[in-house]
Design a protein around this ligand. Structure first.
Ligand code: C2E
Ligand code: MG
Ligand code: MG
Length: 559
């Protein structure tokens, strides 16, 4: 158990004094009465007894002797009572202390809990103000603790939390506050000299190194890392809530910058958070208003130049922000749990639209790793297909390797159900993540998509060219055709055709198009059966490029 090195509460002292005063009154009065009676009767009885023993007569009256004996009995009683009372009070005090400590601390680590940390930090702030010192407040969050719990079980998780607490206590200077705020989140605060902020950096560095050292549990070497957000209190600053909030914001920034690092709070982070919150609330109101819509990017058969279908890419036509990229809103939707609803709403619109296209055209859709943690995902997609009347064999679902990390067996079962319906599965952005052969075999992929970072630099970067060739060769031997993303000009297209890539997409063929724009190019190419052209929806927002800052679409005829 980690020793708590923090300021003793004043309330506890007061309680102790009250208890000992009570003890003094009870036992004191018993002993006082006994002593008075002893003095009153004892001297007469004793001198009479001595006289009688020496043969001078004397002899106490029976009443006096009885009183004397009663008095001795009273003193014995008083003494016993004193002892009982003392042990009772000791037990009660210990129980009260235990209850107090349980209410103030985290039972697993012995660290303070959140409520007590807030109280003690306020006390520390007053102390620092009196001494003209600063306070460093550190918020620590373990990066991969969930893995430990999932893979090694909760008792291993507890061992890790206790060991991490011990390591924090060893690194942070004395007279600190150490707290566990819940789960894998810890906090500590300590006073430092405002002229030496580098000392705080050093402590954070030591914390990161110390926590990252392997923890041996049941002959397993468990490794967890931590992200630390740091804020400081100086004389003119606001209170404890601001200090904690800033450390929290800085901690999220440390996570975003790649974890296993520390980050001081700065005001731009608050601004960023505010922007993010604005986006989040805009998204909450925008989803039911159908502000999130599908755009379509052409996919082309590289050998024939024929249009084979489209990749559906989400866009937010926001009335206040203009056209917003999925790279901005998808991560927010994933973090906030909106991704499921958002994705299904866009898929529904895409299926409604694409069912009117020529039957040879396919649609590829991106599914987030977070969605693959939903055991009902396959059923939800199949239900959408049935409701919209879009044929499953014209649908391809793109997933990235990171989808396979969290819960591979669930991903396998979802993909199995989708494939049973005739839906095809593509591995997206191959080459950027782990690009492991094991992952290629983990799911029955129908296609590999090479990430655009290799494709668009294939002509000027020999490494990129080697990677594209290697992946194409791999796909050939595994029977998985390749789609190359990010074809930006004719030369890249020629090179990819020579290498043997089956399909391609990229700005050379055109930027992603809105539903109306897609309809227009399909009509021009006789790929939109005339009788099924849907009327434009009257409620659909019409945002032109100038207004929204949307990219200028380069339309190229293929063929
Ligand atoms: P992705 O699936 O790899 O999509 C390809 C991205 O590359 C698209 O960006 C596309 O506009 C861009 N791109 C295509 N050709 C070129 C090119 O020649 N040059 C360059 N520089 N870029 C090209 P976008 O639309 O911004 O989408 C970004 C990512 O957002 C997508 O990457 C995908 O991972 C994600 N995303 C898009 N829509 C959805 C969605 O509905 N659900 C989920 N979960 N993710 C989506
Ligand atoms: Mg994709
Ligand atoms: Mg991709």
């Amino acid at each position: 158990m980690v020793q708590q090195r923090s300021v003793e509460p004043k309330a506890k002292d007061k309680n102790k004094h009250a208890v000992s005063a009570r003890r003094d009154v009870v036992t004191g009065s018993i002993v006082l009465v006994a002593i008075l009676m002893f003095v009153g009767t004892g001297s007469t009885v004793m001198s009479d007894s001595i006289k009688s023993m020496a043969g001078y007569g004397g002899g106490s009256e029976n009443l006096l002797v009885s009183a004397f004996l009663l008095n001795i009995a009273l003193i014995l009683f008083g003494w016993r009572r004193y002892r009982d009372l003392s042990s009772e009070i000791t037990e009660r005090t210990a129980a009260e202390e235990r209850a107090h400590s349980l209410a103030a601390t985290d039972p697993l680590t012995g660290f303070l809990n959140r409520r007590t940390l807030t109280e003690r930090t306020s006390e520390m702030i007053s102390l620092a103000q009196r001494k003209n010192k600063s306070i460093a407040f550190l918020m620590l969050d373990l990066d991969n603790f969930k893995n430990v719990n999932d893979v090694h079980g909760h008792s291993a998780g507890d061992v890790v939390l206790k060991e991490v607490a011990q390591r924090i206590a060893n690194v942070v200077p004395p007279n600190n506050l150490l707290a566990r705020l819940g789960g894998d989140e810890f906090a500590c605060a300590f006073i430092f000299d405002p002229d030496q902020p580098e000392m705080v950096d050093r402590i954070s560095d030591d914390l990161i190194d110390s926590i990252a050292a392997p923890i041996v549990e049941n002959s397993n070497h468990l490794v967890v890392t931590t992200s630390i957000g740091m804020s400081r209190f100086d004389l003119e600053d606001e209170g404890v809530d601001v200090l904690m909030r800033r450390a929290d914001i800085a901690m999220y920034s440390a996570k975003k910058q790649g974890r296993n690092r520390f980050c001081w709070f700065d005001t731009s982070m608050e601004q960023e958070l505010q922007t993010r919150n604005t986006l989040e609330s805009g998204m909450r109101t925008g989803i039911p208003k159908s502000e999130f819509v599908p755009y379509f990017e052409q996919q082309v058969d590289l050998a024939t130049g024929k249009l084979t279908g489209f990749e559906m890419l989400a866009r937010w036509e926001s009335p206040t922000q203009g056209l917003v990229s999925p790279e901005v809103f998808i991560p927010i939707a994933e973090e906030t749990g909106m991704i499921g609803e958002l994705s299904l709403s866009i898929l529904r619109q895409a299926f409604e639209e694409a069912k009117n296209w020529d039957q040879s055209l396919t649609v590829s859709v991106n599914i987030s790793p977070v969605q693959l943690l939903d055991p009902w995902l396959a059923q939800k997609i199949v239900k959408l297909l049935v409701e919209t009347g879009y044929p499953p064999n014209r649908l391809e679902i793109e997933i990235t390797e990171s989808s396979l990390f969290e819960n591979l067996s669930l991903a396998q079962s979802i993909v199995g159900s989708l494939k049973n319906q005739g839906i095809r599965i593509a591995l997206d952005d191959f080459g950027t993540g782990y690009s492991s052969l094991a992952h290629l075999r983990a799911l029955p992929f129908d296609r590999i998509k090479i990430d655009r970072s290799f494709v668009s630099s294939i002509l000027e970067n020999s490494e990129s060219a080697a990677i594209v060739k290697a992946i194409t060769g791999l796909g050939e031997s595994l029977g998985m055709p390749i789609t190359a993303e990010g074809i930006e000009d004719r030369d890249i297209e020629t090179e990819l055709r020579n290498i043997g890539c089956a399909k391609g997409q990229g700005w050379y063929y055109g930027r992603p198009l809105s539903m109306e724009q897609t309809r227009k190019i399909l009509a021009e190419r006789n790929l939109l059966p005339a009788q099924r052209v849907p009327e434009p929806r009257p409620t659909e927002p019409s945002i032109d490029d100038e207004q929204t800052g949307a990219p200028v679409f380069l339309e190229r005829k293929v063929g």
